[in-house]
Design a protein around this ligand. Structure first.
Ligand code: NAP
Ligand code: MG
Length: 406
């Protein structure tokens, strides 16, 4: 059988622990037999980040900008314990944070749905994708624990030295708390562009919600910027594709999301997205079935699984145990990247392979073959069989070969 060829490389970012082991197994079992894979490889494993003083992360992000498409393995974000474990010279920053800062991107998280594992919310028939604006607001706030009676005020002095705002926030008659938040038009604009682009790329409706009725200047600015960018740059394409942009108050959005059938993107401000993405992903079932893609406002894509390096499984693997770690989100990171590469290069065969890989993976679970995490949640009609990660990948490969032989 002839392998599918590629013209442009995908940026491949390797990672840590159990996901690093699975990374190689996924490539060996379900990609390399079918695709003459072209990647530009960056080792973001913690050991190599230390060796390069984290330069490798920056280089990988810049390569993502150059080639447009990347696929990333989960990586350790060091804490004090990891500094000791890996004998690090510094507590390196989260690679995802570094890459996001360089790409100025937005993260979209979407669940993989299979028959037999049903969402807690019975009406949800299609995935709900959450887009979180990962900049500013409470995450970059200045906070103060007010110790005693006193006056809190807010002041803005312009570059030219003019005081444009000087207002009392509150006259404290007792101890309390105080917080100052900000955001930037440039960041909100980038967020909006990423959301509109991703909606077009996946042909899904886009919802956006804030608390603009209460926050008449802060949140309302988000609403206005989205509306302006939509009308100026995306409305025409949305109408041509038959998809809609829909703004609503966050309270209304929450109620509508629960009653919905799914199948749309829900864009949220930073805090809302943080909280809602945990709620939505839990309601869909499993972190191991959640994919994640970083989309930059100028159209670069980085695909990954939403879960971490699955440390507990890795320690069992090191003891010689064959683990039953779920590789689905990582497979879908690869298929997402291959499909996007295919779209950008006009390589239909590559897009078709991505579809076949996803279909074979879903069919494998739906036939009752699955890893331990899903086995515990299975409600399908066929009896389930719990397999190891490698057995699971071999079953997907068997299905891919079967489809090719037909
Ligand atoms: P985690 O790796 O997501 O794992 C947490 C638990 O969730 C696992 O112990 C496992 O539960 C279950 N799980 C997650 N993925 C699974 C899969 N594919 N198959 C089966 N079960 C799965 O989170 P963590 O233990 O908090 O973090 C571990 C490391 O990952 C940390 O160093 C953290 O910095 C890093 N991390 C990286 C990323 C990223 O690169 N995007 C994201 C998050 C965390 P059971 O043990 O009960 O089976
Ligand atoms: Mg959260």
């Amino acid at each position: 059988m002839q392998k599918i060829t590629m013209t442009t490389p995908i940026v491949e970012m390797d990672g840590d622990e159990m996901t690093r082991i699975l990374w190689q197994e996924i490539k060996d079992e379900v990609i390399l037999p079918y695709v003459d894979l072209k990647t530009e490889y960056y080792d973001l494993g913690l050991k190599h980040r230390e060796e390069t003083q984290d330069q490798v992360t920056i280089d990988a992000a810049n390569a993502n900008k150059k080639y447009g498409v990347a696929v990333k393995c989960a990586t350790i974000t060091p804490n004090a314990q990891r500094v000791e474990e890996y004998n690090l010279s510094r507590m390196w920053k989260s690679p995802n944070g570094t890459i996001r800062a360089i790409l100025d991107g937005t993260v979209f998280r979407a669940p993989i749905m299979v028959k037999g594992i049903s969402p807690v919310v019975k009406t949800w028939k299609q995935p709900i994708t959450i887009a979180r604006h990962a900049f500013g607001d409470v995450y970059k706030a200045t906070e103060f624990r007010v110790p005693e009676k006193g006056t809190a005020s807010i002041r803005f002095v312009s570059q030219s030295g003019e005081t444009l705002l000087d207002e009392t926030v509150y006259e404290f008659e007792c101890p309390g708390v105080l917080q100052g938040q900000f955001n930037k038009d440039s960041s909100i604009r980038s967020f909006a562009h990423s959301c509109f682009r991703y909606a077009i790329s996946t042909r899904q409706d886009l919802w956006f919600s804030t608390k603009d009725t209460i926050s008449k200047l802060y949140d309302h600015t988000f609403k206005d910027i989205f509306q302006e960018i939509y009308e100026q740059e995306y409305q025409k394409t949305f109408e041509e594709l038959g998809i809609t942009y829909f703004y609503t108050l966050i309270d209304d959005a929450v109620a509508r999301v629960i009653r919905s059938k799914g199948g749309f993107i829900w864009a949220c401000k930073n805090y809302d997205g943080d909280v809602m993405s945990d709620m939505v992903s839990t309601a869909f079932g499993s972190l191991a079935m959640m994919t994640s893609v970083l989309v930059s406002p100028d159209g670069n894509y980085e695909y990954e699984a939403a879960h971490g390096t699955v440390t507990r499984h890795y320690y069992r693997y090191l003891k010689g145990e064959e683990t039953s770690t779920n590789p689905m989100a990582m497979i879908f990171a690869w298929s997402g990247a291959l499909r996007k590469r295919g779209e950008m290069d006009g390589n239909d065969a590559l897009c078709a392979f991505a579809d076949r890989l996803e279909a074979a993976s879903i069919a494998t679970i739906e036939s009752g073959v699955m890893t331990g995490d899903l086995y515990a949640m299975w409600e399908g009609e066929v009896p389930a069989r719990k397999v190891t990660s490698v057995e699971f990948l071999r079953e997907i490969r068997r299905r891919l070969d079967l489809a090719a032989a037909r």
